[in-house]
Design a protein around this ligand. Structure first.
Ligand SMILES: [Zn+2]
Length: 406
């Protein structure tokens, strides 16, 4: 590659290189400078310079590595230094907000779950600012240097500019400039991402799809959506678009969906729709073990796992609808792995085979024969998804460069 002489371009190269070196140290450390030079394909002099800056900023530290069986002087290895660097990870979902402090190794320092009313006089962004202030006052004694804020939430989001166009459940939200408000209030960079996209990133960095280059992750919860990792990168990472499988029509005569169409996958397969349908079916069937107990996701899944015919039929139906859409996605993306993130995974013995059978019958055999359908490692709760945003910003160098510059 011919280096461009424009300073902006050189900064970009420096950022990318520093991010790549930090990633290697984080994932492989302790690692020697010689190995870093080879793995990052950068000249030893460049490695020395980047590492010196990181050492001065206390983002990495030196340690001795004794090669097994070697009697010589121990080599000097590099490891990341993470404990003195904190960030705030926020997660907003229906009626609740999680606030957490994590350190740069993603380790949880403290996490609070608070109620967040769906409607209020005050705009949502101002209520979030007030909750953050209270959180910091309350946990002041635990706080190390604050580096960033990561937020994950459902909705239509301009991740580049930190604007939340619309949100489900919080109907008053219109063009909320959440990123700017929080940046101005705290002075640190703010990373915003759709919760399903961020969760997909978290599974790829720390969870069930770690190391896989091509992954489809389907989330079946109050909403139905998907995240796609293709060639190691999140599809649509920089834009407001999500892989909207939830709003693909599966029944042209089906129920009206809030998106304006009829019979979307979400109107049939979301957890709320599944429970509604189970209630109707239950009133028409006498023999189910679900009679005489409250109908919940837990009781439905447990009944299906124990062989109750009605419960099994309902869960299999969800698997078939999801599987049909996934079969098309398999032909598009040829993934190594399909992850399912859902409370319905409590009936995984019924749900996962139903999805896998459908994919095998309806997509290219060469693509589908090795596919594994598995559960996500994390659940749709807590603030691990936000941790992925910060880790990604360190690895691509954008946050790292800011920390190096002090
Ligand atoms: Zn829809």
């Amino acid at each position: 590659m011919v280096a461009d002489s424009q300073p902006g371009h050189i900064d970009q190269i420096k950022q990318t290189n520093a991010g790549a070196v930090y990633r290697l140290i984080d994932q492989l450390g302790p690692v020697s400078r010689i190995d870093l030079s080879r793995l990052a394909q950068l000249a030893p002099a460049s490695i020395t310079k980047i590492v010196r800056e990181m050492l001065e900023a206390h983002l990495v530290q030196e340690t001795e590595i004794q090669e097994p069986g070697s009697r010589g002087r121990p080599a000097v290895g590099l490891m990341v230094e993470t404990e003195a660097w904190h960030y705030l990870s926020l997660r907003i979902s229906r009626g609740e907000i999680y606030l957490a402090l994590r350190d740069l190794s993603s380790k949880l320092v403290v996490e609070d779950r608070l109620e967040l009313a769906l409607h209020a006089e005050q705009p949502l962004e101002m209520r979030i600012v007030a909750l953050i202030d209270r959180f910091f006052i309350h946990h002041q004694h635990k706080l190390e240097r604050l580096t960033a804020i990561a937020i994950t939430l459902p909705g239509i989001i301009d991740t580049e500019n930190g604007i939340v166009h619309r949100m489900p459940f919080y109907e008053d939200v219109k063009e909320m400039p959440l990123g700017e408000v929080l940046k101005n209030h705290t002075g640190v960079p703010v990373y915003i991402q759709h919760d399903i996209s961020a969760w997909t990133m978290a599974e790829a960095l720390f969870g069930a799809s770690r190391g896989a280059r091509d992954v489809i992750q389907v989330v079946i919860d109050h909403n139905v959506g998907a995240g796609v990792i293709t060639d190691g990168r999140l599809l649509h990472a920089g834009s407001s678009s999500l892989v909207e499988i939830g709003h693909t029509q599966v029944d042209p005569y089906g129920r009206l969906c809030y998106c304006g169409n009829h019979g979307c996958l979400e109107t049939i397969a979301s957890v709320d729709s599944v429970l509604e349908m189970a209630q109707v079916r239950l009133s028409q069937s006498m023999s189910s073990t679900l009679h005489g107990q409250p109908l919940t996701v837990e009781s439905l899944c447990q009944a299906a796992q124990q062989g109750d015919l009605l419960a099994k039929d309902i869960i299999t139906g969800v698997g078939t609808h999801i599987g049909r859409i996934l079969a098309i996605m398999v032909n598009l993306f040829n993934p190594q792995k399909i992850l399912i993130g859902s409370p319905l995974s409590q009936a995984s013995d019924v749900l996962f085979p139903a999805i896998a059978d459908c994919i095998r019958q309806q997509s290219l055999p060469a693509y589908s024969k090795h596919i594994a359908v598995e559960s996500t490692q994390f659940t749709n709760q807590g603030t691990m998804a936000g941790a992925a945003l910060v880790k990604d910003a360190m690895y691509n160098g954008s946050l790292l460069i800011r920390l190096l510059q002090g």
